[in-house]
Design a protein around this ligand. Structure first.
Ligand code: C2E
Ligand code: CA
Ligand code: CA
Ligand code: CA
Length: 275
């Protein structure tokens, strides 16, 4: 038994080594990914709950790795966040998303996910301002999505930076609403325009009446606080209809469309958005 224990331990040890090695390799390759144009933004429609037409799109980053294939953001954004690489990737994403949106039919908005690390390390309002100027995109067509993680540390500095972004006329959305510890208190403290209800509540609402009650409560809270509400991860017609009846503003999810690549996006615009 003793020998077994040791070999199990050795197995874990070598497994850990190879995981760490793998991460280091990815990290090295990620440095060249931008230069080699391996990063790409996909765009997922944000649908009006009222008339079921697209109002805008969320930019979701992908890494087209020459050997590994499509690497999802959950696998490389955390790696990028361990170094200043996240600043380069974040700057590129905002710039790229604004340029893309400037070419869409008027009125379509673009939402960009902002890493807490990027937000902290850079003069983010300056980055946003520059991307708007370079692309010619009207500021009210840009939304920045932020998760709670960002708000916990150094609230004074965060408040100033968020206010600077909002003063540009850009929309601020709280992402993954309801998953953190203090979502509610943050709504009071920080200048959000919009909340995105986390997919887990939408999932649960299909089975669980209590989840539907929570969704109703969030929607009415949004109304009281004058916040727009988006529901993410909508996968069925029943979910979409329920969310419409409780007056969510926007719906997003596979029921309407997956995130679209550079081939499908122009097709989608042609078919679904009047010019
Ligand atoms: P998120 O911001 O909560 O994005 C929603 C995720 O749910 C996306 O995964 C999207 O593809 C997926 N999704 C959308 N509709 C459905 C649905 O109906 N069912 C299911 N099962 N999933 C759906 P994705 O693209 O893999 O992104 C994962 C996370 O990575 C994002 O979560 C976001 O936190 C982060 N991320 C994505 N792009 C960027 C980026 O450009 N910068 C940064 N910093 N983070 C990003
Ligand atoms: Ca998001
Ligand atoms: Ca989200
Ligand atoms: Ca989420």
């Amino acid at each position: 038994a003793k020998a077994d224990g040791r070999s199990v331990f050795r197995f874990f040890e070598s497994q850990m080594d190879s995981d760490a090695r793998e991460r280091r390799m990815l990290e090295v390759e990620l440095r060249d990914a931008l230069k080699n144009k391996e990063l790409e933004l996909y765009y997922q429609p944000l649908i009006s709950a009222v008339d079921r037409r697209p109002m805008g799109f969320e930019a979701l980053i992908r890494w087209n790795h020459p050997i590994r294939g499509l690497v999802p953001p959950a696998e490389f954004i955390p790696l990028a966040e361990r170094s200043s690489l996240i600043v380069e990737i974040g700057d590129w994403t905002i710039e790229q998303a604004c340029r893309a949106a400037a070419s869409w039919p008027t009125g379509m908005t673009v939402a960009v996910n902002m890493s807490a690390k990027h937000f902290r390390l850079s003069d983010i309002a300056q980055v946003v301002k520059k991307a708007l100027a370079n692309s010619g995109l009207e500021s009210n067509r840009l939304e920045i999505e932020i998760t709670e993680g960002l708000l916990m540390e150094n609230p004074e500095e965060v408040t100033i930076k968020l206010a600077e972004i909002r003063d540009l006329g850009v929309t601020l959305a709280m992402d993954d609403f309801g998953t953190g510890y203090s979502s509610l208190s943050y709504l009071l403290k920080f200048p959000f325009d919009k909340i995105k209800i986390d997919k887990s509540f939408i999932d649960a609402s299909s089975q669980d009446p209590a989840a539907r009650d929570i969704l109703k409560a969030i929607a009415s809270l949004g109304k009281t606080l004058n916040l727009r509400i988006t529901a993410e991860g909508v996968e069925t017609a029943e979910q979409a209809d329920f969310l419409s009846t409780i007056a969510c503003h926007q719906l997003q999810g596979f029921h309407f469309s997956p995130p679209l690549d550079s081939i499908d996006m122009p097709r989608y615009l042609l078919a679904n958005v009047p010019t």
